[in-house]
Write a protein that binds this ligand. Structure first.
Ligand code: RIB
Length: 312
């Protein structure tokens, strides 16, 4: 039987522009690279990843009453996502992200959140009472909704995973209830703790600093091409990345978190196995352009892991 995973989060239309270099202030540059208009948003990417990787995925989000909202709704439905908790705002437009991808695959993102900031308290509560095996949230919606959702989940013993993006010093993480996993990337870790996680020492310092603020069983630091770092108060170590040629890292972290959560549920809460699977998914997503278009299926992930094993 499929594991049910609930995602409460943002949905954006991503305008992706590829360029070899960034323009300086006041400069206009022309690029012969392609551009794309594709489904994105941290919540949307996580929901698509969960569904493609084999979850019974419920997505709670807010879209605008516009053409982007309509096409995102249809897209999620075609992906087999349960769209009954996708709501439509009459007042606010669908979220939009402007993404610049440089030659080395690094991205810079500006989000106009629109309807994402207007998910209602009752929408969140209704979504939680679908009784998922786990709930995943990011920080790209109204923070009050995230705090309430964790509380609803805690009352029902539903494990909660927080993907800590986008980070802001303004957010009081101690307001979050009990979490199963708290997972920031390198930049988010630095914003929340003041520590840039590089080697073992900085990773463990940052993970301890996070656990001093956030009530979480695991801290999983997403470290891009270095894989991830896991800390539970006793165990602390890296889980190595799979080597790929990164062309666009957009959605790699979102898909990592979906994979980590789903595999954690599927394999009896073995965090190390889940991290290995999630590293494979993150690497695969980074090796293709775009957010949602780059997310693999479970079968593709298993083939990828097997191929990488055979290369050793
Ligand atoms: O994490 C990547 C996502 O961040 C993009 O798809 C964009 O929409 C922003 O939400």
């Amino acid at each position: 039987m499929k594991k049910r995973v609930l995602i409460i989060g943002s949905s954006n239309m991503d305008f992706v522009c590829n360029t070899e270099r960034l323009p300086a202030a006041g400069e206009t540059i022309t690029t012969n690279e392609s551009y794309m208009l594709v489904p994105g948003g941290k919540g949307g990417n996580t929901a698509v990843a969960a569904a493609r990787l084999g979850a019974d995925c419920v997505f709670c989000a807010k879209l605008g009453n516009d053409s982007y909202g309509k096409s995102l709704y249809d897209f999620y439905k075609n992906e087999g996502i349960d769209v009954r908790h996708l709501k439509c705002s009459r007042e606010y437009p669908t979220g939009l992200a402007s993404i610049i991808v440089e030659g080395n695959g690094d991205n810079r993102i500006i989000v106009y959140p629109g309807a994402n900031m207007h998910i209602l308290a009752e929408d969140v509560e209704a979504a939680v009472i679908t009784y998922p095996g786990a709930a995943i949230m990011q920080l790209e919606i109204n923070y009050e909704r995230v705090v309430e959702a964790v509380q609803h989940c805690n009352e029902r013993d539903i494990p909660v995973v927080i993907d800590a993006g986008p980070a802001s010093k303004e957010l009081d993480l101690s307001r979050l209830g009990h979490l199963e996993i708290f997972s920031p990337n390198e930049t988010e870790t630095e914003i929340f703790t003041g520590i840039r996680p590089y080697a073992y020492e900085s990773c463990i310092k940052a993970a301890i600093a996070i656990r001093n603020i956030v009530n979480t069983k695991y801290v999983v630091l997403k470290l891009g091409s270095k894989g991830c770092f896991i800390y539970d108060g006793k165990y602390a170590n890296f889980s190595e990345a799979f080597k790929v040629n990164a062309v666009d890292t957009t959605a790699a972290g979102d898909s990592f978190t979906a994979a980590l959560t789903l595999e954690y549920l599927r394999n009896g809460k073995n965090i190390l196995e889940a991290a290995r699977y999630a590293n494979a998914v993150g690497a695969m997503v980074a090796s293709k352009p775009g957010a949602a278009p780059s997310i693999p299926t479970h079968e593709e992930v298993l083939r990828f892991i097997e191929e990488k094993e055979n290369e050793k």
